[in-house]
Ligand binder design. Structure first.
Ligand code: ADP
Ligand code: MG
Length: 350
């Protein structure tokens, strides 16, 4: 059986179909799967009354990831995590995934095994079933494309459009960590520690910051809780930075917003790292991507309900501003002055 090949076996010996059987041997099946990997198309069944949500994301070597940064297990996890995050952002229940791999000839089977272990670990955590995909040779770089399907009752689906004037703007978790992680990997955050505060690459804070970039957690349960309670008027996952992503909510909803810079939630690790970096990372919490937290809007009467709903999910959500009827999105400093994002290096960091 092909699945018994050792990780040292060359892909040329295993072949396309050998690789597909090796992948499918480790897949566990969850809700709604009638026919999974192995036929011309997967057959799945939506729960009664629910609608299908679909989204696709591509991860290309040296565009979205570098093999020297992303070890394969976390790469596989992240590939699925970012797709699951899109379903979460709609208030959906992630269910089924398709995975298309473009594999360069020099890739070891062990590397693909590790990518798949990471992918399937994330799938198991989220009860997502890998139901199919495509596998081909790539002449230049590894490509990983994931299509995710989820479902939800029509009334509970939360769109980008839906924010109304005077709604609160909320975010889960903390902002800017993933972007700082990227800076650390790019060596743009060279530590200049004061003598009493040694900072070494690979220290505890580094681990947290790096894993926020390399190993993001999609906020599925908190998004679902908000959707099921009907608390969010609009929602998006933060992949491009809160400014851009709230900007999408604003645009789709035909509103604007005022974000309080002093209220942006920052991790202790972010604060201590950026304080020790020679460059200013002031704008990262606004413009840094890949945190995969949720940004949502909600009526101000629902503050307590939201706090308790998030607490039940073990997530902290923070109010960072107010939706406005004028279409502009502005950022306000703690002293009331307007924060000029462009002057603070918006272009530099994007
Ligand atoms: P086809 O020739 O119809 O495109 P393939 O030979 O490409 O079929 O694929 C055979 C089966 O294996 C299909 O069910 C397909 O969805 C699945 N498959 C192919 N590649 C992958 C992959 N990387 N991950 C999961 N399933 C895959
Ligand atoms: Mg095919």
């Amino acid at each position: 059986m092909t699945v018994h090949h050792s990780p040292d076996t060359s892909l040329a010996i295993l072949g396309e179909f050998g690789l597909i059987s090796r992948i499918s041997a480790d897949v566990s099946t969850h809700e709604g799967v009638i026919t999974g990997i192995g036929d011309d198309a997967a057959v799945t069944s939506l729960s009664d009354g629910m609608q299908l949500l679909t989204s696709t994301d591509m991860l290309l070597e040296d565009v979205h990831f570098r093999r020297s940064w992303h070890e394969p297990y976390r790469l596989g996890r992240k590939a699925l995590a970012v797709s699951i995050s899109d379903i979460a952002a709609m208030g959906g229940i992630p269910r089924w995934a398709l995975l298309s791999l473009g594999v360069p000839a020099n890739t070891s089977l062990g590397f693909i095994d590790d990518v798949m272990r990471g992918f399937l670990a994330m799938a198991a955590e989220s009860r997502v079933t890998l139901v199919g995909g495509d596998t081909c040779f790539s002449p230049a770089g590894l490509s990983i494309s994931v299509t995710i399907m989820g479902e939800q009752y029509p009334k509970m689906i939360v769109r980008r459009a839906g924010a109304g004037p005077d709604d609160d703007i909320w975010v889960t978790g903390t902002l800017g960590d993933a972007a700082l992680g990227l800076k650390i990997l790019e060596d743009q955050c060279l530590p200049h520690p004061p003598p009493d505060l040694p900072l070494e690459r690979g220290g505890d804070g580094d681990d947290f910051i790096l894993s926020r970039f390399l190993n993001p957690t999609p906020r599925v349960s908190s998004a679902l809780a908000l959707a099921e309670a009907g608390l969010a008027t609009a929602m998006i996952d933060i992949s491009d930075g809160i400014l851009a992503d709230f900007g999408h909510i604003a645009e789709q909803s035909g509103v604007g917003g005022s974000l309080q810079r002093g209220d942006l939630p920052l991790s202790a690790e972010f604060r201590s790292h950026s304080a020790r970096c020679p460059l200013s990372f002031d704008s990262l919490p606004l413009t840094g991507g890949e945190d995969y937290e949720l940004c949502f809007t909600a009526h101000c009467d629902n503050r307590e309900k939201i706090d308790s709903c998030m607490k039940k999910c073990g997530i902290v959500a923070t109010r960072i501003g107010i939706v406005t009827s004028s279409p502009e999105v502005i950022v306000v400093n703690p002293d009331g002055s307007r924060y000029n994002v462009l002057a603070k290096g918006f272009n530099h960091f994007t």
